[in-house]
Design a protein around this ligand. Structure first.
Ligand code: ZN
Length: 293
C-alpha cells in the first residue's frame, strides 16, 4: 500500500473501473470517519439500524467462542460475483424492481454494492494492518459452483487452510428479505470472528435454509442489510454514497479487528494514517492477484 491519505476511499472505485466513483471528488473522508460508525458495536442491537436498516429477527442459536489468531488471513469476496445472468445472481434491489436503471448494466445491484463494500473493506483493512485480501472470480458467470475459480471453491480452500473467508451480501428487498446478520461458516466450531461480526450486524441461525452452499464450505456470509429503503437510497445518492459505504466498511473492519483479538477499536484511520500503518509492507498479508487492480 502506498501512503495515500484517502487511497482507501478512492482505491475501490478505481478497482472497479467504470463502475464509477464512490464519492464525489473533494468529499471529506475525515468528516465521514468522525461520524463514529466504526466504533465498537452497540451493546444491544436495535431491531433497525440507522444505516443498514432491519436486522434479522431470526434467533441466533450459536455463540462464537473459539479464539482466533490475530494474524489470521481474511479473504473477502463479493457475493454473486460468479453467478450473473443465472439463478442466484443476487437481489435487484427495490429501486431497480420499481423501474430505476441498474447501477451497472449486466450485473445485479446487489453484486454492484457487494463489490464496492468488499473492496472498501479490504482497502481499509490493509491500511489497518490486517492480513486481508480480496478475491474476484475471472468470469461473472460460472455455472458450476465447484469450478476451481468460484467464490465457493476459493473460499473453501482458504477456510480449510485456516483462514477466514467472508462473502459480502445485501439481502433481498421486500418480504422475502430478512435483514442484516451473519450466516456463520459451518466447517468448524464458531469462532470469535463469527461472534464479533454477529455482534455488529446481527446473526442468523446456524442452519439457516438448511445450511447454504457457502457456509457448508466454510464461508461466512454477511448480509449487510436489505437493499431497499433508506439504506439503498443513501447508497444510490451520490451525495451520501461515500459516507454510507465507508460507514459500512468501517463497521466490518472494526468487527474483524475485535474478532482477531486486536483489542477494542477506539479510533478509525484518519488521514494521514497513524503510525505509518499505510506503509506496512504488502508482503505481510496474502495478496490475491486481483487485490491490487
Ligand atoms: Zn446475496
Amino acid at each position: 500500500m502506498h501512503p495515500r491519505p484517502v487511497a482507501w476511499l478512492v482505491g475501490p472505485a478505481l478497482l472497479i473501473g467504470s463502475l464509477g466513483p464512490l464519492a464525489a471528488p473533494g468529499r471529506s473522508a475525515e468528516a465521514t470517519l468522525m461520524g463514529g460508525q466504526g466504533q465498537a458495536p452497540a451493546p444491544a442491537l436495535a431491531a433497525i439500524d440507522p444505516i443498514t436498516g432491519p436486522r434479522s429477527r431470526l434467533g441466533r442459536d450459536w455463540i462464537g467462542a473459539r479464539p482466533i489468531e490475530p494474524d489470521t488471513a481474511i479473504l473477502v469476496m463479493a457475493g454473486h460475483a460468479d453467478s450473473q445472468g443465472m439463478a442466484g445472481s443476487g437481489t435487484s434491489g427495490a429501486a431497480v424492481a420499481a423501474g430505476a436503471a441498474p447501477m451497472f448494466e449486466g450485473i445485479s445491484d446487489e453484486l454492484y454494492w457487494n463489490m464496492v463494500v468488499a473492496e472498501t473493506v479490504v482497502a481499509l483493512g490493509q491500511q489497518r494492518g490486517l492480513r486481508i485480501s480480496y478475491y474476484r472470480p475471472p468470469f461473472r458467470s460460472i455455472s458450476d459452483g465447484d469450478d476451481p475459480s468460484t467464490n465457493w471453491s476459493v473460499g473453501r480452500q482458504h477456510a480449510a487452510s485456516g483462514g477466514y473467508a467472508l462473502e459480502i451480501h445485501f439481502d433481498a428487498w421486500g418480504p422475502s428479505g430478512i435483514g442484516s446478520g451473519l450466516i456463520p461458516p459451518l466447517h468448524r466450531p464458531f469462532g470469535r470472528l463469527d461472534e464479533s461480526l454477529a455482534e455488529a450486524f446481527g446473526g442468523y441461525p446456524m442452519a439457516f435454509r438448511g445450511g447454504l452452499g457457502g457456509p457448508r464450505r466454510g464461508i461466512a456470509l454477511l448480509e449487510v442489510g436489505k437493499l431497499e429503503g433508506p439504506l439503498e437510497r443513501s447508497l444510490r445518492n451520490p451525495a451520501t454514497r461515500g459516507d454510507t459505504v465507508i460507514a459500512i466498511a468501517n463497521r466490518i473492519v472494526a468487527a474483524l479487528e475485535a474478532g482477531l483479538g486486536r483489542g477494542p477499536t477506539t479510533a478509525l484511520p484518519l488521514s494521514p494514517p497513524r503510525d505509518g500503518v499505510g506503509n506496512a509492507p504488502p508482503g505481510k498479508g496474502l495478496q490475491a492477484s486481483s487485490g491490487g487492480e
